[in-house]
Ligand binder design. Structure first.
Ligand SMILES: [Zn+2]
Ligand SMILES: [Zn+2]
Length: 126
């Protein structure tokens, strides 16, 4: 088995608790792009136990505070690609925490709706 998250080098781990750990994404879409990952090799968010969810959300909260301090972003996208049809390429659950900065896209409206670009825009431009 060669799951990149089960075999993560210890030096990449920036925070951890009983249920999971935190790393910076190897191919960040924005400065500080962070991943929250359960220790248990499961594919889906919906397989998490309630205590695991709580622990991962604790890591998410903590990671956000660290990014606030280090990068001072204006906003965040929080996302999970849950299943191959949704774009999941590593079969080990991970929560993306993506810092966003004013002006990093010309028009950021819609955010995660752009997983399906043709349907993302539901508003009319003035
Ligand atoms: Zn794994
Ligand atoms: Zn991913």
């Amino acid at each position: 088995m060669s799951c990149p998250f089960c075999a993560i080098p210890a030096e990449r781990i920036i925070d951890r608790n009983e249920s999971g750990f935190v790393i910076r994404d190897g191919f960040p879409v924005s400065p500080g792009h962070t991943l929250i990952i359960p220790h248990r090799h499961i594919g889906s968010f919906f397989e998490l136990s309630r205590p695991e969810r709580d622990d991962l959300f604790d890591l998410l909260d903590q990671a956000k505070l660290v990014l606030d301090r280090e990068f001072k972003p204006n906003a965040y996208n929080i996302g999970i690609n849950d299943g191959p049809a949704a774009g999941q390429t590593v079969p080990h659950l991970h929560i993306h925490l993506i810092p966003r900065f004013e002006g990093d896209m010309a028009d950021p409206r819609g955010g995660v709706r752009y997983v399906i670009p043709d349907k993302a825009k539901y508003w009319k431009d003035e």
